[in-house]
Structures are given as C-alpha cells and as structure tokens.
Design a protein around this ligand. Sequence first.
Ligand code: PLP
Length: 404
Amino acid sequence: MIDIQNIRAQFPILNQEVNGKPLIYFDNGASSQKPQAVIDALVNYYSKDHANVHRGVHTLSQRATDKFEAVRKKTQAFVNAAHDHEIIFTRGTTEAINLVASSFKIFMEEGDEVLISAMEHHSNIVPWQMMCEETGAVLKVIPLDEKGQIIMERFDELLTGKTKMVAINHVSNTLGTINPIEEIIYKAHKVAAAVLIDGAQSCPHMKIDVQDLDADFYCFSSHKMYGPTGIGVLYGKEEWLNDMPPYQGGGEMIDTCTFEDTTFNELPFKFEAGTPNIADTIAFGAAIDWMNEIGIENIGAWEHELLEYATEKLSEIEGIRFIGQAEKKASLVSFLVGDIHPYDLGTLLDQLGIAVRTGHHCTQPLMDYYQIPGTVRASFAVYNTKEEIDQFVAAVKRAALMLG
Ligand SMILES: *Cc1c(COP(=O)(O)O)cnc(C)c1O
C-alpha cells in the first residue's frame, strides 16, 4: 500500500489555492508536477557540482560527469536496456522521434513505407511526413475502431515487405488506449521493419522492458514522469544506432575533426552534439529514484483505481460521451458533455481550481476521425485522490447545468 498523503506532501506546488479553491491538478498527461527530491537535485547541482561534462580534468568537471553518466545507467536499468550507450539523451520525446526520422532516412528508398496509427501525437506524425517528403517514402495510417483501438486486421493488411518503419504510441495521450505493441513489434520484425515506440504516456505509469518488448527505438520525456522539462530519452538498439548517421554536428559528437574530414565519436556521444542539459538530466535521475522508491507497479495500480473510480462517477453525468473506451486503458479520461464546447467546460473548471486539458491534445487527425472539436481530458498521477475526483465530478455536473 502506498501512502498518498505522504506522497502529496512531497509536492510543494500542490499545496496552494487557485482562484480561491484548493488546486486539483488533473493535467498530468501534459506534464506532471515535481517532488521536492527533484527540486533539491536541481538546486544542489547548481549550488555544489556544476561544470561542463566529459572535458575537464578538474574535480568539478569530473563530479558533474560522474553524476550525469550515472543517470544514463539509471535510465538503462529503468527500461532494462542491454547497454548504457543505447540511451541517448534528447530534449524530449519530440526530439527523440525527430532524431530517428532524420537519421533513419539513409535506409529509406522511394516507395518504401512508414506505418503509423490514427491516434498518434503530432510529434509522431510530422517527423515521418518530413522524412517521406525527402525520401519519396509513403506514410500509411492504421485506422481505429469506435472504442479507439487499433484495428489489428487492418494493421496486418498494411504491413508488407515495403514497410521499413512502424511508429506507434504505447499509450495514447488522448484516448488512454494501451496498444498491443508486443504483437505489433513481433509482426513488424517478421517483415524486417523497424519499430519506434512513442512511450511518452507509458513510462510514467508502467514498467517498460525494451529487451522483452524487442523495440528498436523507444522514446520518452522526463517532464511527464515527475522530472524536469528539457530532457528526454531515445533508447535505440546498438545495431541501428551504429549504422545511423549523426543527427546534429558539433562538439562532443566528434572523434577527430579537421577541415577536410571528421570522424564521429562512439555511442552515445555520436548523437549528443554540444553541451548536454546536465542539470535537468541529473534531476531526472532523482525522478527515476523517486519513482523506483514508490514502485512503478504501485504507481500504476493506484492510478488504475483512480481511472475506474473516475469512469464510474463520470458515467452518472447526463449527456456524457467518453472518447476512448479501449479494453486496456491508462489513467486518463477524455470526454464531452452534451453540446458543451470543451473550452467552455475547461474554463469553468479552472474557476473552481481544477486543471484539466481541453482541445485537440496535439492529435488533430484523431479529432477529425471522431468529428469533434476536442475533448476535456483529466489525466491522473500517483498524487491524485478519490476525493479530488468527487470534487471534479461535482464541478462537471455544476458546469454542465450552467452551460447546458
Ligand atoms: C507529450 C507527448 C509527446 C511529446 O512529448 P514532448 O515532451 O512534448 O516532446 C509525444 N507523444 C505523446 C503520446 C505525448 O503524450
């Protein structure tokens, strides 16, 4: 059992009023809040340890390097990667996907295909469109059923010898759907396609084992898992990363450099040009420690309880329509009430101190599919409570009466 009150007490930001009401923060799918341990790690680093990494022989530089590289090992363990040099630090999921879409171009020929699903975040659509534009490859989209699940028969049809890359989110940020990525990866490998998993919404909630999944690439963002903004991870299999050209040029990523010729550094540095985001990486390490201490299974179990509770309570509201009713769902609810515009509902909820996300959630093609302007999304983290959900449901009822 986890002690939610003890967990809440570690998040200074939660202890405040917004518009005269105690803050209820249900926008964790966009970004989660940070525990004191993560805030302390940032302050301590800048107060005691800061210097540039991988360069100096002096003590501070070595200390900063040791702490920075320790996080790579922590991250490796967190997702069970085979090697620490398979962990590339990026600015976030978006940059990780852009890196792969850019560097993977060398394997693409005209007429090759990239397969994505209809529920992807813009950051797992646009980089592939750009890649296809440049290479003459073709982007194909796997459709969804009414509940917001990938139609696997259609996936089977679309997956052919032409498919070179399958890029899918593990968990949808709009629908909450948990996709059957084990099966997708297994089938994709049978036609020798590589698979990139957008794990921005899975890593905060469930244990990820990239070796067990056999994913070729797996991307995630620290700021959605209790860590700082500006730091994220690309896990890539060594074989792929070794064969892919660098994404950016600069310091750190070279081995030797003359005006005539440059040879590239080994992994992971080949893909980390320039001074990295040292402070946020170290604080991300504190976030991983913090999650490990509570236990990712415990986090996921509590959030699942919140999901079931919220779904049941919200169902009582007249005219509610859930967007995303997959059999397997992570801890978020997307919905509409009657004809009320999500923006109006969100604004009223804010006046009651409740933070939810409204709009298209960076999934415009998905909104087009459902023919809706957007949804109201409440997404839960480990520090949320059933009492907060009660207040939220009461507030939605009140707002629906006022706006309906
Ligand atoms: C948030 C999110 C992204 C983008 O992550 P950034 O941290 O903004 O780079 C990509 N995919 C999904 C599913 C997301 O939820």
